[in-house]
Design a protein around this ligand. Structure first.
Ligand SMILES: Nc1ncnc2c1ncn2[C@@H]1O[C@H](COP(=O)(O)OP(=O)(O)OP(=O)(O)O)[C@@H](O)[C@H]1O
Ligand SMILES: [Mg+2]
Length: 243
């Protein structure tokens, strides 16, 4: 019998509490199929970033099952999770995380520095990592002199595009993005979504995004409201009582 293809994300009976409080997430089941695009919505404090951090392996569940691309993050140590993320995930965090002293180009190429697999994937499409990074940056209107400008001298919107390019370089199998378009104007947001969709279609990339932006819903196969999925009610209220 042939084993079923692993899902991009498979969650069962997952619980998480920040060290400071009681559970903020208690999810009975959540699956993301390979190639599927899901938008997570929910009010501020409902746990969207917490869920994405779990999927990225930057934090570990208190209990339950969490498989990403067929691998259990629960059984991996922190260094293994970091390596797994570098090789297979494109991540865009809610707060900007470009390195201010590196150029736009070096910030993007950096994504390939921690994983040979990722560097090989980038080189496969474009000859070498730098050309792959330039190609994606240029698609996001970071070109010419801007490519070599230290990120701290770029606007917030330009820095966000650098963060997006870094997530896309090397065609990762799963893209996890937390409010990725919050600092983009309407035109750039359209281009950003078009690019991310185009790039992802090439390699059946799965996507999980969290956003408040209702305009993004059209780009996704499914919109999931975290408040209806989470067994923990009134997440922020519970934590406030404890602090
Ligand atoms: N580092 C942390 N330490 C302790 N508690 C945290 C931490 N980060 C988030 N929380 C708490 O966990 C709960 C969920 O927060 P989270 O950031 O996941 O919400 P969110 O849905 O992403 O909100 P937003 O839309 O404002 O980004 C909140 O009650 C928050 O206060
Ligand atoms: Mg958040």
């Amino acid at each position: 019998m042939i084993a079923p293809d692993p899902k991009a994300v498979e969650i069962a009976r997952l619980k998480y509490s920040w060290p400071t409080g009681s559970y903020v997430l208690d999810l009975t089941e959540f699956n993301l199929e390979v190639g599927e695009r899901v938008l997570i919505v929910g009010p501020s404090g409902s746990g969207k970033s917490t869920l994405l951090n779990l999927i990225c392996g930057t934090i570990k569940p208190s209990s339950g099952t969490l498989n990403v691309l067929g691998q259990s993050l629960v059984t991996m140590g922190e260094a293994q999770r970091d390596q797994f993320r570098a090789a297979h995930l494109g991540v865009i965090f809610q707060t900007l995380n470009v390195l201010p002293y590196l150029s736009a180009l070096d910030n993007v190429a950096l994504a390939c520095r921690f994983s040979k697999f990722r560097a090989d994937m980038a080189a496969k499409g474009h000859g070498n990592v730098n050309d792959a990074a330039c190609h994606i940056l240029e698609r996001l209107f970071i070109d010419g002199e801007l490519l070599h400008r230290p990120a701290r001298f770029l606007s917030v919107g330009q820095q966000q595009r650098v963060a997006v390019a870094r997530a896309l370089v090397g065609m990762p199998q799963l893209i996890v993005a937390d409010e990725p378009s919050s600092a983009l104007d309407a035109d750039t947001r359209e281009e950003f979504m078009r690019l991310i969709m185009e790039e992802s279609e090439k390699s059946r990339t799965s996507m999980i995004f969290a956003s408040h932006d209702p305009m993004l819903a059209n780009y996704f196969d499914r919109v999931v409201d975290l408040t209806s999925l989470n067994q923990v009610e009134d997440v922020s209220g519970r934590l406030e009582k404890l602090t």
